[in-house]
Design a protein around this ligand. Structure first.
Ligand SMILES: Nc1ncnc2c1ncn2[C@@H]1O[C@H](COP(=O)(O)OP(=O)(O)OP(=O)(O)O)[C@@H](O)[C@H]1O
Ligand SMILES: [Mg+2]
Length: 322
């Protein structure tokens, strides 16, 4: 079997709302697919169908070669799911949660305890293992949630926005854990609104918007699709931003944007960099920072959907929209 997860024409409505309008996805075994999209794009709906928590209206979906409707029971035996909202029991301790899950998965008592101990160690939760989850920080909860989805050693993992609400360090820690799982052969479907997260973790990315697939490819392919590079100029004096905007507009023919005292313009020809520098120098503008770079996924998203992805409250500054 080459695809651990696949769907064809997957569709789902909730009353008048079309959550999925015929989505085809293919995730090769042992790889990571980043399913990217703004709020309400249909990411969680797709994950819930793959995880047999929701029936599709049309289309088909297979996980590990099993149909999610006809063979739901077998699908459940080979997947782990970390939901968008923590699924562990707050009143129980971390240890109790994991042992309980092991018992629910029919592990013998000794094995359930052994598995819980191993996972708590792997996720650096040993010290907190005896405390009620209600006392855990957001990052600890997320780690426990991921650990909980791994109790049954699933070869296929669905992670629905696993790092939402985490601080940068918490995200890095969780990324490392996910990478480790992938290096051990786990297939992962990861949903995220963080474009840099998909860039960091995914072998391929599918972008959905309003229930439709609008782009698919490797992070590099998606960036290349814009066919342009971005030229960034930060003038040393903030009063030069207006003049920098006009010069970059004139040189690139694009509509430059100013943000955080930096002016950014899409350029189709890298040779325009020299022209821009000459014109800025002629105008007496001192350049504090200059960069020609490939577009970020944020910019790709903007180009694909003509809008900036919505952000959930609590997002961090460095994930700001273009
Ligand atoms: N149980 C439900 N009943 C009614 N509408 C729903 C239900 N679940 C999802 N929807 C709607 O379906 C659409 C897709 O929702 P979904 O949760 O799949 O989006 P999402 O991409 O996961 O968004 P987010 O980034 O906010 O988590 C939204 O318009 C949502 O309001
Ligand atoms: Mg969601």
């Amino acid at each position: 079997m080459t695809h651990a997860i696949e769907s064809e024409g997957l569709a789902k409505r909730f009353g008048e709302t079309v959550a999925l309008a015929g989505v085809d996805l293919h995730v090769p075994t042992g790889s990571v697919l980043g399913l990217l999209g703004p709020n309400g794009a249909g990411k969680t709906t797709a994950v819930r169908i793959f995880a047999t928590l929701l029936l599709p209206d049309a289309g088909r979906a297979q996980v590990g070669g099993f149909d999610v409707v006809a063979d739901a029971h077998r699908v459940r035996s080979i997947i782990g799911l970390t939901g968008q909202y923590a699924s562990v029991d707050e009143k129980l301790t971390g240890w109790e949660n994991l042992v309980l899950l092991g018992r629910l998965l029919d592990l013998p008592r000794a094995e359930a305890r052994c598995r819980a101990r191993d996972l708590l160690a792997q996720f650096q939760l040993e010290e907190a293992s005896g405390r009620a989850v209600a006392t855990y920080s957001g990052g600890m909860r997320r780690r426990l949630d991921l650990a909980a989805s791994l109790v049954g050693r699933p070869p296929i993992l669905f992670l629905d926005e696993p790092t939402t609400g985490l601080d940068p360090r918490g995200r890095l820690e969780l990324w490392a854990l996910i990478r480790q799982l992938v290096s051990e052969g786990t297939t992962v479907l990861l949903t995220t609104q963080y474009l840099d997260e998909a860039d960091q973790l995914a072998d391929s990315i599918a972008v959905i918007d309003e229930g439709r697939l609008i782009a698919r490819g490797s992070p590099e392919e998606l960036k290349a699709r814009l066919g342009a590079q971005s030229l960034l100029v930060r003038p040393a004096r903030s009063e030069d931003i207006g003049a920098t905007l006009s010069i970059l507009k004139e040189v690139t023919g694009a509509e430059p944007q100013a943000e955080d005292s930096t002016v950014t313009a899409a350029v189709s020809d890298p040779g325009l960099l020299t022209a821009a520098v000459c014109r800025l120098e002629e105008a007496g503008i001192t350049i504090a920072e200059l960069e020609l770079r490939r577009p970020t996924l944020d910019e790709v998203f903007l180009a694909l959907t003509s809008r900036v992805p919505e952000r959930t409250p609590g997002d961090h500054e460095e994930e700001g929209c273009p």
